[in-house]
Design a protein. Structure first.
Length: 98
């Protein structure tokens, strides 16, 4: 059997190749981790925005209902009497503390 001699030059070349490869692997892992954290943050933000969107849709539905009710003159008169304590000529307003 022959013994192969590994020279300093070959060792140095092998060392630099390993260093370059390890730096590339580190950069790749760092990039993937950074992108993964951004994806997780975006998913979290999407769920928050969806919740906000459903809340706003419910509020819009409520406001549209209120607008439709305010089109009715009887509702407006009753609302004004309850909210602002307006009364008809024959009515007496009695306030009950809560």
């Amino acid at each position: 059997m022959k013994k192969s001699k590994v020279t300093k030059k070959v060792k140095r070349r092998l060392f630099f190749q390993v260093m370059v490869l390890s730096i590339l692997i580190f950069a790749l892992v760092f990039s993937v981790f950074n992108d993964w954290t951004k994806i997780v943050q975006n998913k979290r933000k999407i769920s928050e925005l969806n919740e906000s969107y459903t809340t706003l849709l419910e509020k819009e539905e409520s406001l549209n209902s209120e607008v439709n009710k305010l089109q009715d003159p009887d509702y407006v008169a009753r609302y004004a009497r309850e909210k602002y304590m307006y009364s008809l000529p024959d009515e007496v307003i009695i306030r009950i503390p809560e």
